[in-house]
Design a protein around this ligand. Structure first.
Ligand SMILES: C[S@@+](CC[C@H](N)C(=O)[O-])C[C@H]1O[C@@H](n2cnc3c(N)ncnc32)[C@H](O)[C@@H]1O
Length: 264
């Protein structure tokens, strides 16, 4: 049965996923090393590169990547583009990215999207999975991005869709003021003060092969302060949820904004 064909069934499905939400929240918002593992397990990088290249022409272009983390997208793009300048606010992530880097046309910098100034413009600006809802000064961030884009350049922003099952479950747990649906309405308003944009939905599912894979990710990568999360009752609930299942598959659609500078 198609879950979206019946409202009632759809709601039950979301609630059924509820025990998984605290763990998925940790995946998404903490430590990029953990995020790396999630991406590896779900072949996310291949999907992201396919999405990017379907939406924008990147061959031989100058690229600015915002919130690059440890560089998985950066490295996958390096051979095809003229250069990538990749920025992230997280010093540790940038250190790790620099250690991994073997490309002469790639530069990593510790910068904050809200106030960075590279003193130059780029043909393409990419932003994949950056949590704009957590920025302190969103209007300034968008203005900053706009002034780093060439007049005929494209800013491609891919983020979670607030309509996805995954995000709806997360929304049940986060504070009212960051609920994604209301945030993205406000976000689009701010975006439109500097950009003209088209929006498209990218269908995705996150699939983990088994519960133990997810737990081992945490044991390998989590800082000590998060280890205690593994003992919380929700984790037992999550384990119960997995009993008798050999897969976790969550609809995790993304939305892509293809933005061009407003003509002034
Ligand atoms: C979910 S991770 C995605 C990383 C990378 N884009 C990828 O897809 O692998 C979000 C990244 O955005 C970065 N970030 C969050 N706020 C930022 C800010 N204000 N300035 C720069 N980077 C930021 C985080 O440090 C983190 O590395």
């Amino acid at each position: 049965m198609n879950p979206t064909s019946s409202g009632e069934l759809h709601i039950r499905y979301e609630l059924d996923l509820l025990p998984a939400a605290p763990l998925l929240l940790l995946f998404r918002y903490h430590y990029s090393g953990t995020i790396d593992n999630m991406y590896e397990m779900s072949s996310q990088t291949e999907k992201d590169i396919r999405n990017i290249t379907n939406l924008v022409e990147i061959e031989n272009k100058s690229i600015l990547e915002l919130g690059c983390g440890t560089g998985r997208i950066t490295f996958a793009l390096a051979e095809r583009v003229q250069e990538v300048v990749a920025i992230d606010i997280d010093t540790k992530a940038i250190e790790k990215a620099r250690q991994r880097n073997v490309n002469e046309n790639v530069t990593f910098r510790v910068e904050n999207i809200e106030n960075f100034d590279l003193g130059r413009k780029f043909e393409i600006i990419l932003s994949i999975g950056v949590g704009y809802m957590y920025l302190r000064d969103l209007p300034n961030a968008i203005k900053n991005i706009s002034r780093h884009l060439e007049e005929d350049g494209v800013f491609l922003l891919i983020c979670s869709s607030p309509d996805a099952e995954y995000q709806k479950v997360v929304d049940l747990l986060v504070e009212e003021n960051v609920r994604s649906l209301s945030f993205y309405k406000q976000f689009e308003k701010i975006l439109s003060s500097h950009f003209t944009f088209e929006k498209t939905i990218l269908k995705e599912r996150l699939t983990f092969s088994q519960f133990e894979d997810i737990v081992s990710c945490f044991q390998r990568e989590l800082k000590e302060e998060y280890q205690k999360e593994l003992k919380k009752p929700q984790i037992q609930q999550l384990r119960d949820y997995f009993q008798g299942r050999n897969k976790l598959s969550v609809e995790d659609d993304s939305q892509a904004y293809i933005c061009r500078n407003n003509v002034t």
